[in-house]
Ligand binder design. Structure first.
Ligand code: KIV
Length: 288
C-alpha cells in the first residue's frame, strides 16, 4: 500500500506521480487496480457528483459517505479525504474531530485542507496527532467568494510571495504534500523547488512533482468547454449517451433482451453469457 513515506520517496527519487479524485466504490477499484498511487476524495464531489454550483454546500457527512465507498473499493492507494468547508474553520478541536472521522469512519489515511494562515496551526496539531495532512494553496475553491470567482492566483508578486511563504509554513507544520491549484507555471516550479515535500499540481504547470485531475474531467464525463488545465483521456459522456440510445433502440425493437439474457424454470434456456454450461448465475447487480 502506498504510504506518505512512499510519496516523499517519489520526490526524493524524482519520480513524477499521478493523483485522481474518486468518489465511489467502482471507480476507486478501477483506479486502484490501474495503479494510481493516491486517490483523493475531493470536495469537488459536490459539483461533479451532487450538482452543487460550488464546493461550499458539501457537508462532512456527505464526504464521509463517499469516503467509505472509496475505501471499500481500494486496496493499494493512499486515500486522502478532503475536509469540506466549515469542517475545520471553527476551531482546532472541530478540525481534529472532523479529521478523526475521515480516518475512523471514512477509512482514509490522510486529510486535505485548503489555505494557509490559521490552517498552518491546524496542520501542526493534526500531524502531531498522527493524522497526515495534504495542504492546498493557490486557487482554493472554498475561497471562491473571496477570490471573486475561480480565478488563477499568484499572478502578482505579492500574491506569489504569500503562496510561497504559506507553502513553506505548511511544510514546517508537517504537511506531507501540497496541492498547488491554478497558479502560473513558473510559480508552480518555484514552490516545488523550494520545498522538500512533494507538490501536486492542477493547473500549476509541468514543474510540480505530481499532477492531479478530477475523475469526471479526465474521462470526459463533464461536457462543454473544459478548463485549460484539463486533458480529457476519454470521451465517456459521448460513449454513455450512445450506449443508452442503443439500449433504448433495442428495447423498442425487441432485440433486447435476447434469449441468452433470460431464465427458465426447466433449464432449457441457453446458458447466459459469461456463465459456464449448466451454471446457475446469481441474480445480482455488477459483475465481480
Ligand atoms: O476537491 C478536489 O477534487 C480537489 C482537487 C481538484 C485538488 O481539491
Amino acid at each position: 500500500m502506498t504510504t506518505v513515506l512512499d510519496v516523499q520517496r517519489f520526490k526524493d527519487e524524482h519520480r513524477r506521480f499521478s493523483v485522481i479524485t474518486a468518489y465511489d466504490f467502482l471507480s476507486a477499484r478501477i483506479l486502484d487496480e490501474a495503479g494510481i498511487p493516491i486517490l483523493l476524495v475531493g470536495d469537488s464531489l459536490g459539483m461533479v457528483m451532487l450538482g452543487y454550483p460550488t464546493t461550499l454546500p458539501v457537508t462532512l457527512d456527505e464526504m464521509i459517505h463517499h469516503a467509505k465507498a472509496v475505501a471499500r473499493g481500494s486496496r493499494h492507494a493512499l486515500l486522502v479525504g478532503d475536509m469540506p468547508f466549515m469542517s475545520y474553520h471553527v476551531s482546532t478541536e472541530q478540525a481534529i474531530a472532523s479529521a478523526g472521522r475521515f480516518l475512523q469512519e471514512g477509512g482514509m489515511h490522510a486529510v486535505k485542507m485548503e489555505g494557509g494562515g490559521p490552517v498552518i496551526e491546524i496542520t501542526r496539531r493534526l500531524t502531531e496527532l498522527g493524522i497526515p495532512v495534504m495542504g492546498h494553496l493557490g486557487l482554493t475553491p472554498q475561497f471562491v467568494h473571496q477570490m471573486g470567482g475561480f480565478k488563477v492566483q499568484g499572478k502578482g508578486q505579492a500574491q506569489a510571495a504569500r503562496i510561497l511563504a504559506d507553502a513553506k509554513a505548511l511544510e514546517q507544520a508537517g504537511a506531507f504534500s501540497l496541492v498547488l491549484e491554478g497558479v502560473p507555471s513558473d510559480l508552480g516550479s518555484k514552490v516545488t523547488q523550494a520545498l522538500r515535500i512533494p507538490t501536486i499540481g492542477i493547473g500549476a504547470g509541468p514543474g510540480t512533482d505530481g499532477q492531479v485531475l478530477v475523475y469526471h474531467d479526465m474521462l470526459g464525463l463533464t461536457t462543454g468547454k473544459a478548463p485549460k488545465f484539463v486533458k480529457r483521456y476519454a470521451n465517456l459522456a459521448e460513449e454513455i449517451g450512445n450506449a443508452a440510445q442503443r439500449f433504448a433502440r433495442e428495447v423498442a425493437t425487441g432485440e433486447f433482451p435476447g434469449p441468452e439474457h433470460g431464465y427458465s424454470a426447466n433449464g432449457s434456456t441457453p446458458t447466459p453469457v459469461g456463465a459456464k454450461d449448466g451454471e446457475i448465475q446469481e441474480v445480482k447487480y455488477g459483475a465481480g
